[in-house]
Ligand binder design. Structure first.
Ligand SMILES: [Mg+2]
Length: 263
């Protein structure tokens, strides 16, 4: 089989690959938290910021963020949170009688309200990783098709890119509104463009998401990359390294030519 040294489609995750929104996550989380649990002051919640930043890699979707802060406030053991997040998160959901869908809506409402009332302030809390905007510009001008595949609402991504002078059509930003797991979105992109699975490259910072792609028999040849600059841990890096189908990618490699990505 011919291994192409450049992708026909490059699919990039947004949070933790293109953009670091940690500061915004915490603020949005805090606003949402105080709507659900109102017994704590903003100052008190601020004391959990560092732990929140450290534990952010455990989170898969935005609605889990207020639960993560809740777990910290409740004093759960942080190692336990690291190793057993899914169960612990579920436990809090049940004990506090919460609903994922409602949490998601609340979080997006907080974000929308913030964007409408203080767009500049909101944008300022997002940092694009070094070299990223230049690189994205180069990809857009190249023959590779760029798609952003994210669990964030697409409209937020478009706002952030626009602020940096990057215009990416809406059809190239596949966000939460698509309501499909990422592997299904990738499958659709391959089919829609009449490609083979090995012509799509996918960069993501959540190992679990890469595993799910790997498990699809028709997506076995998709080139998978774990962005080591994103929200993941050295343990994740080791797991990626020991997996023959996942490439651990550094930001330096990312900013370099495609051939160096596989090196
Ligand atoms: Mg991510």
């Amino acid at each position: 089989m011919v291994i192409s040294t450049e992708p026909k489609i490059l699919a990039l995750d947004f949070d933790g690959v293109i953009c670091n929104g940690l500061l915004e996550y915490f603020q949005t989380t805090k606003f949402t938290y105080t709507q659900i649990w109102n017994e704590h002051s903003s100052e008190f919640l601020n004391t959990f910021a560092d732990s929140f930043y450290r534990l952010r890699p455990v989170i898969e979707t935005g609605w889990e963020m207020p639960i993560l802060l809740r777990a910290l406030v409740l004093g759960f053991n942080q190692n336990q949170m690291q190793d057993n997040w899914t169960n612990l998160c579920q436990k809090i959901i049940v004990s506090d009688n919460l609903n994922k869908q409602t949490l998601m809506t609340q979080l997006d409402e907080v974000r929308d309200h913030w964007i409408h009332s203080d767009l500049e302030g909101w944008l300022k809390l997002h940092q694009f990783y070094p070299g990223m905007i230049k690189k994205i510009g180069e990809i857009i001008r190249s023959s590779t098709l760029l798609y952003i595949v994210t669990t964030k609402e697409g409209r937020f991504v478009q706002q952030l890119l626009r602020k940096q002078g990057v215009e990416l059509p809406k059809k190239n930003i596949l966000g939460k509104e698509v309501k499909q797991p990422k592997y299904k979105i990738l499958r659709h992109l391959i089919q829609e463009n009449y490609l083979l699975d090995n012509q799509l490259w996918f960069v993501e910072d959540l190992l679990k998401t890469l595993y799910k792609v790997q498990q699809q028999s028709d997506l076995k040849e998709v080139k998978l990359f774990l962005a080591n600059w994103g929200f993941n841990t050295s343990k994740n890096h080791d797991l990626a390294k020991s997996n023959p189908n996942i490439n651990l990618l550094s930001l330096e490699q990312f900013n370099n030519s495609y051939s160096s990505w596989l090196g």
